[in-house]
Design a protein around this ligand. Structure first.
Ligand SMILES: Cc1cc2nc3c(=O)[nH]c(=O)nc-3n(C[C@H](O)[C@H](O)[C@H](O)COP(=O)(O)OP(=O)(O)OC[C@H]3O[C@@H](n4cnc5c(N)ncnc54)[C@H](O)[C@@H]3O)c2cc1C
Length: 549
């Protein structure tokens, strides 16, 4: 039986992922009454720290931070509410099964030494690559922090497009050419045109493949490289940091910041259905509230959804009631990052064959450790995943946060995050991820053990998250880590749909505030901030900061 309550808020937010919390934080600071409803037992969505094995905790989904907007950090006073960012060693280290290693992105001198072991020509090429990436990241950063113009949206949107045009006008034709090259080209072609050594190409192809289930020679696949570079924490462009206590350190600070300004946050509170008056198809649909799984009804003037657009429009309401073109777009929006995520508890550090004669081997392990020796390796990984479901030899990015954060594992023991590609969310031949999970995890363990022979025996506990687990546990549609592929046709003014890139939807007073909106996935807080700005405009409240009680 439905329970009736008197709960009413200015804004209800469906989902307490980091973007939902950021949105709540801004709205609460503006004086609006806000309620966040989170389905899980803990807020944070894909940015959480959890104990995955007795005594061992980790950032169980996202694991490093770079894209978190400095504006969000400052506006929501996240440091005041407990956020602590720990600097990691610069760059990445590639480890190959043949026992070779390459460090890149660790500073000019070190890069030259390392890259020169494989190609003298690549030393200068890499310097140029780094400076080009930094230049493009600076161009891209402002675009990422600004709400995109809404296609077909009248004079105001023309004005927004002109502002963007004015930003781009300040750059040279050469800079535009570079930007278009990386936004439209393929990862493989992009790297082939710059470098000659396989190991260097493989390292950056791996980086560009993170959450990107595409063939490395498919058009548009290079863009992911840039998406990972636009971060600028503490003025360090493209650098990745560790959040003290894991990624949950970020979202707990966001939670405290929002609550200190009056936001109410409830966990174990899954929304089952939207309450809508009128007909969305003819533009008269207006959202009034939500019905929870436990039967409660909560009403609000405005509702912002931090869940995926797929969940909002196809699970919490009837997609067929939406305007046809919008509904079709939502149904066809692609969700497939092709990711498998493992957390392992280790009795000892992996001893990589490639590092056996290296003096400061442990220090090298504080970087991202990448197993992706060439672009060809990735082509094979992708083909395997298309044909059989998963890569027999996957791309693996390993991070060992316990080396720089003693809050995660007992003394002398370690935790490692393994981020792995390619694992097809849509399995061929009627296979099920629950049946393939163990063998897929073994493929990852085999791959790492080939490079570090003690790895398998050092594992004392592990958590494996297949694409199906990511969907089931974290409500990530298709297991997509970004709330939808970051392909050229699904970004910017097309995210999630033309005419609706301004965080509004065809239903009046219903907004999207998660990674399915511009600028997309990653722990940036920007979708939450930009959505809050649009909500404040509609609610006619001014942005203001209030002191915590
Ligand atoms: C395995 C993995 C690794 C990643 N690695 C990194 C990384 O290292 N660095 C990085 O920057 N990014 C990384 N990402 C991407 C990044 O974590 C996400 O893009 C980002 O956290 C998404 O944030 P969000 O707030 O938009 O959505 P989410 O975090 O997905 O939050 C949405 C929330 O809505 C809730 N919800 C869904 N449906 C309902 C409902 N019906 N009722 C109530 N609540 C509901 C969910 O439980 C969830 O808490 C990774 C993601 C994954 C999955």
């Amino acid at each position: 039986m439905t329970q009736r309550t008197q709960e009413f808020y200015d804004t209800v937010i469906i989902g307490g992922g980091h973007n939902g919390l950021v949105c709540a934080g801004y709205l609460a600071r503006a004086g609006l009454s806000v309620k966040v409803l989170e389905r899980r037992h803990i807020v944070g969505g894909a940015a959480v720290t959890e104990e995955f094995h007795p005594g061992f905790s980790n950032s169980i989904c996202s694991y490093v931070v770079s894209m978190l907007s400095p504006k969000v950090i400052a506006d929501l006073e996240l440091h005041r509410y407990g956020l602590e960012l720990i600097e990691r060693a610069d760059g990445m280290i590639s480890i190959t099964p043949e026992g070779e290693s390459l460090v890149a992105g660790a500073g000019k001198e070190r890069d030259a030494q390392e890259i020169g072991r494989f190609s003298q020509k690549d030393i200068a090429a890499f310097e140029k690559f780094e400076s080009d990436m930094e230049e493009m990241a600076a161009m891209f950063r402002q675009i990422a922090e600004t709400r995109p113009p809404n296609m077909g949206g009248g004079m105001l949107e023309l004005w927004n497009a002109m502002k963007l045009g004015n930003h781009l006008r300040k750059h040279t034709a050469q800079q535009h050419e570079k930007l278009i090259d990386i936004m439209g080209g393929s990862l493989g072609d992009y790297l082939d045109s710059r470098f000659e050594s396989d190991i260097l190409k493989g390292l950056y192809a791996g980086d560009g493949t993170t959450g990107n289930f595409v063939h490395p020679y498919s058009a548009g696949s290079a863009m992911n490289l840039l998406h990972h570079e636009f971060g600028n924490i503490n003025g360090k462009s493209g650098k990745w940091w560790h959040a003290k206590g894991g990624m949950g350190g970020i979202t707990q600070a966001m939670l405290k910041s929002a609550e200190a300004h009056g936001a109410k946050v409830e966990t174990n509170a899954a929304v089952k259905e939207m309450i809508i008056d009128g007909d969305p198809a003819d533009g008269s649909g207006t959202v009034k509230g939500v019905i929870l799984e436990d039967g409660r009804e909560i009403y609000a003037t405005r509702i912002a959804a931090n869940c995926t657009a797929h969940i909002l429009f196809t699970k919490l309401m009837n997609v067929e009631t939406l305007p046809e073109s919008f509904g079709t777009r939502i149904k066809n929006f692609r969700y497939r990052s092709g990711t498998l995520r493992m957390n392992v508890a280790l009795s000892e550090l992996p001893q990589f064959t490639a590092l056996k004669n290296v003096e400061n081997a442990t220090e090298e392990l504080t970087r991202s450790i990448i197993i992706c020796p060439s672009v060809k390796y990735l082509e094979q990984a992708y083909t395997d995943a298309r044909m059989t479901g998963y890569a027999q030899r996957p791309f693996v990015s390993m991070n060992i946060p316990s080396l720089i954060d003693d809050s995660l594992a007992p003394a002398g023991k370690h935790v490692a995050s393994l981020f792995c590609q390619h694992f097809n969310p849509e399995l061929p031949d009627g296979k099920d991820w629950d049946d393939l999970k163990d063998e897929a995890a073994q493929a990852v363990i085999d791959t790492v053990t080939e490079t570090a022979p003690n790895f398998r025996d050092a594992i004392i506990g592990m958590q494996v998250l297949t694409p199906k687990d990511l969907q089931r546990e974290f409500s990530l549609t298709g297991g997509d880590i970004f709330h939808g592929c970051m392909h050229p046709d699904q970004i910017f003014s097309m995210r999630p749909a033309a005419r609706f890139s301004d965080y509004r939807t065809p239903v009046k007073n219903l907004y999207l505030c998660g990674s399915g909106t511009h600028p997309g996935g990653g722990v940036s807080g920007i979708p939450g901030r930009l959505a809050a700005e649009e909500i404040m405009k509609d609610a006619r409240v001014k942005k203001r900061k209030t002191q915590a009680a």
